[in-house]
Unconditional design. Structure first.
Length: 229
């Protein structure tokens, strides 16, 4: 596993599965964090502060499954700040039990190894598999959505989701792709390639809608209404 993580791409001379990003404030995770050996919660905030913010993000509703999924994820990362394995063991047992309960009860799988940003909103529940390398700030995620590998032979090639990304129902984002900031992923889209910031992608496989086409769709109703007057 370690050899795979540290293998080099001969074409680029960079580590496979750890691309560089410039569109948002994200740094490639270290090998330890990829393996879940460090606390990847957002820096500068305590666990309780993160829980409070996530609670507000989910409309202050304790019955929101998304809140509990994120809360368990935060706890799973917090426990990794306890260096002594023996002292961390009971917290690991609590995390493993809570993570399985969230998955069984609500169908939300958000491993603590995912680097999760702030104010991430999980709408509804069911069929939500978020096996990504990183998910940015202010991201909206919906049910029947999958982030993960495209091939079993490449287990570390997982997506990176930028800030303020809005993911529609039933979308799949697979493989070593990067979703730029402010991108909208249409319902049931299957994304297999990286998207630049501000994209709108739809279809199977997903393709970006050109800006010109988006302008036409927004301007045509107005022009039609004006012609009727």
């Amino acid at each position: 596993m370690t050899r795979h993580l540290r293998s080099l791409d001969p074409r680029a001379g960079t580590e496979v599965g750890v691309p560089q990003r410039e569109s948002w404030n994200w740094t490639p995770p270290s090998h330890d964090s990829l393996a879940g050996a460090t606390n990847q919660n957002p820096a500068g905030m305590s666990l309780f502060e993160l829980w409070a913010e996530d609670f507000c993000t989910h409309d202050g509703n304790l019955l929101e499954p998304g809140f509990w999924a994120v809360a368990v994820h935060r706890f799973g990362n917090w426990r990794m700040s306890i260096k002594a394995a023996l002292l961390r063991a009971p917290f690991t047992l609590i995390y493993d039990t809570a993570h399985r309960l969230v998955s069984w009860l609500w169908g939300i799988d958000l491993p603590y190894t995912v680097r999760l940003g702030r104010r991430v909103r999980l709408w509804h529940h069911g069929g939500m598999i978020f096996s990504a390398r990183a998910i940015g700030d202010d991201v909206h995620l919906r049910h029947n959505t999958t982030f993960g590998v495209a091939r079993r032979s490449e287990p570390w090639n997982k997506p990176v989701i930028g800030n303020r990304v809005d993911v529609g129902v039933g979308a799949c984002i697979l493989g070593n792709v990067e979703i730029g900031d402010d991108t909208v992923i249409g319902a049931n889209a299957v994304v297999l390639e990286s998207c630049p910031p501000g994209s709108v992608v739809v279809g199977v496989p997903a393709r970006p809608i050109p800006r010109e086409a988006r302008r036409e769709k927004t301007s045509t109703p107005r022009a039609h209404k004006a012609s009727r007057k």
